[in-house]
Design a protein around this ligand. Sequence first.
Ligand code: FDA
Length: 304
Amino acid sequence: MLARAVLLRLADSPGIQRFVRRRGMSAGFARRFVAGETLEETAAAVRALNERGITATVDYLGENVTSRQEAAESAACYCRILDFLDAQRLDSNVSLKLTQLGLDLSDDLACENLRTILERAEQYGNFVRIDMEGSRYTQRTLDLFYRLWPDHKNVGVVIQAYLYRSAADVERLIADSVRVRLCKGAYSEPREVAFQSKRDVDQNFVRLARELLSRGRWPALATHDERMIQAAIAHARAEAIDASRFEFQMLYGIRRERQQGLVREGWRMRVYVPFGTQWYAYMMRRLAERPANLWFVLKNLLRR
Ligand code: FDA
């Protein structure tokens, strides 16, 4: 927990950020978690997954943009990704963050940028997942989602099991037939809003996963935790929930053999494939989840 807090703090340090970013992709360690800096590299990664029976969700890295122009550029990039996925016949949807579309500037701006992306996705019968960011954005993210939901059904949200509020959010989303991705939550959150111990977070994850499996519309269970995976499988078997009614999701580069193993066992697997030059904050969150990966990073950084 301490290592996690320190790494999440370091993620915000401009000096460390400059040092790591200078060496990152060329030193190779970012490549473990990020498909590449270009769409072409990403397409190759998605194709390789599809060939192994795994679907994908492509994430154009970036968050907390500070100008309308950057927000518009992110939206345009997502439209290009959707064009590209369709042209290349790749089995992948997209995941995005609202702060990447201008949420820090205004709700209306993010909403209009998202609407543009949803309309483009509709042309291809594709789907857009809104990632969930830190807790100060939770309500605004759900509100913005509900503004677009009456006109657009090709969009879903993410719920974080570490938040106390999530059980109530899941109930509402189930009642409205919204597609939910359930994850544990990747940010550093205070005890006023979030469970602090792994045991409590895990317990809530299992509880919400069962609700979503039994009553939700095509839920996604996003976890690398074997205990969470086994709990979901046990529940699906006990309730005779067919494998086609939900999917597991994991992050690119994490537990690759297990991703394949779940497909072999007959379950659906989607991998979250991030790409782009803005990989720093994303990578630091991955390290905070598993400080053991830090050795891998340090070795690569210091080797040069
Ligand atoms: P946990 O971190 O408890 O780890 C359990 C076990 O999994 C570990 O013991 C280890 O075996 C393995 N493992 C976990 N992380 C690993 C790593 N980095 N390297 C190697 N092994 C590892 N969060 C968020 O706040 N908003 C979001 O929108 C999303 N979206 C999202 C999409 C997808 C597809 C995934 C898989 C995850 C997210 N997350 C997220 C991140 C999520 O909230 C969480 O931080 C991570 O998935 C880590 O939690 P786990 O459930 O994997 O278990």
